[in-house]
Every structure is written in C-alpha cells, then in structure tokens.
Design a protein around this ligand. Structure first.
Ligand code: PEP
Length: 252
C-alpha cells in the first residue's frame, strides 16, 4: 500500500528558538489528524537533536528528516554529517539530491547513490529528489532528464531497498518561484516516473510514494494530491508557516 506523505523542507531558515516554536505550532495543528498521512519536517542540522527530543517527549506523530548527509560513514571529512549520527539522534528520513544541492554543491548522481546506500544502511529512508530545469522542459528533454536521474541512481538498488525510498518530483522551475506545475503536468510526470521504476522493479513500483514539490501551497495542494500518482508533497516555503503546512496536510 502506497503511503501518503507531506514533508516540510525548512532549508536554511529559522534559528533554534523559531524552529521550536514552529514545531510546537505544527504539532498542535496535526495531533488530532488521522494517521493516514505521514508528516515529516526537515529543519536545519543544528536543530535536529533538540527537536528530536521534543517530538519524543510529546509523543508526536511528526517524523524528523535531515536535509542532506555525507557520502561517507565517518572519517576525515571536515564539516560533513554522517548518516549514522543522524539516525542515532532520531532522524527517520534524509532528503537526498535536492536541486539546490545538485546545482550549488555539484552533487552528482554517483555521489547521490552513495548517500542513498548509506541512508538505507543506517535504517532511514531517503527522499530522493529529481526534476528538470526550465530549459530542459522547454527543449522537451524533461522525460529524458528524469529518467536518467532514476536509472543512474535507483536502478543500482535492490528490490528490498527500493521499497524504502520516497521519490520527490520537483521541477526546478517551480521551486521557490511561485510557479506550480499544473496538476496535469504533475500527474503526467508522476505516471512516467512510476513507469520507469516499474521497468526495473515491476512488483514494487506501485508501492512507491511519489511526492510533488515546487510552490505547493494550501490553494493548489488539494488539486495536486487528488491525482492518481501524486502521493503527497515536499513543501519548501509554505512549510515555514504552521497554518499553511497543516492546511496542505489536510488537503488529502
Ligand atoms: C523545495 O525546495 O523542496 C520546494 C518544494 O520549495 P517551494 O515549496 O518553496 O517551491
């Protein structure tokens, strides 16, 4: 059975005080919701341990994700964060391959595969981000780009592991721009993504959650989430407002 998921990517926003306030607000707004939708937040690294303790003490239904991790388990990698230590402090998910990481930090598919392997080994699930740039869509290369991002990374996994992966389709032209993909564009791509996964993993593709990301907000979430292959959202800007984030979660 496919899971419904709404994940909030806070990016490099909030100090610890603001972060704790935001978690408390979200927690209050979602605690009585049905358990059908998984709620995930991805605060900055510096907040994770504190927020993890808070969520545990509140017996919250919110799960914790990191926004990135190292492509090594340990060692001389100054400034990097091991997937194992993220798991130790209570993270259940790690966002891997966000377009900002691919673009500004030159993360390659090869590196992303290494990260995904380590995230899975540490007992967490990767939220693997894929999506085309505006120019690639304008040149009608969007299906090829997304297909390569799946084949070069996820095709290297085995069946047991692919079931633990969440895919987030995030057209780069829609991230932080206020320009959302139409629900037809999203559904067309999500169906395509499921097909590419099915070519290699026929018995698993139907169970994989595929989230939409890119200027998703309360006003468009319901239409997007109503589509057959859209299993939820990865939310950037709107996840920094507890009211908007909760409204998106309630859009199913
Ligand atoms: C994101 O960065 O993953 C994202 C979807 O951002 P936004 O919702 O702000 O477009």
């Amino acid at each position: 059975m496919r899971k419904r998921v709404v994940a909030g990517n806070w990016k490099m926003n909030t100090n610890i005080e603001e972060g704790l306030l935001l978690v408390n607000e979200i927690n209050n707004l979602v605690k009585d919701l049905s358990e059908q939708t998984r709620v995930i937040i991805a605060p900055p690294f510096t907040h994770l341990a504190t927020i993890s303790s808070l969520l545990k003490s509140e017996k919250s239904r919110i799960s914790l994700a990191a926004q990135n991790c190292a492509d090594h388990e340990s060692g001389a990698y100054t400034g990097e964060v091991s997937p194992n230590t993220l798991s130790d402090i209570g993270c259940k998910y790690v966002i891997i391959g966000h377009s900002e990481r691919r673009e500004y930090y030159n993360e390659t598919n090869e590196m992303l595969f290494k990260k995904i392997e380590l995230v899975l080994k540490a007992g967490m699930s990767p939220i693997y981000c894929i999506g085309e740039r505006l120019q690639e869509r304008e040149q009608s290369r969007h299906f090829d780009v997304v297909s390569s991002q799946i084949k070069e990374v996820l095709y290297n996994l085995n069946e047991a592991d692919i079931e633990r992966v969440i895919i987030a389709y995030e057209p780069v032209w829609a991230i932080g721009t206020g320009k959302t993909a139409s629900s037809d564009q999203a559904e067309e791509m999500h169906e395509f993504i499921r097909g590419v996964v099915a070519d290699k993993f026929p018995s698993c593709a139907d169970n994989i959650s595929i989230l939409y990301g890119g200027s998703c907000k309360p006003s468009n979430a319901q239409e997007l989430f109503a589509r057959k292959n859209v299993d939820g959202g990865l939310i950037g800007g709107a996840s920094l407002s507890a009211v908007d984030f909760a409204a998106i979660i309630k859009s199913f």
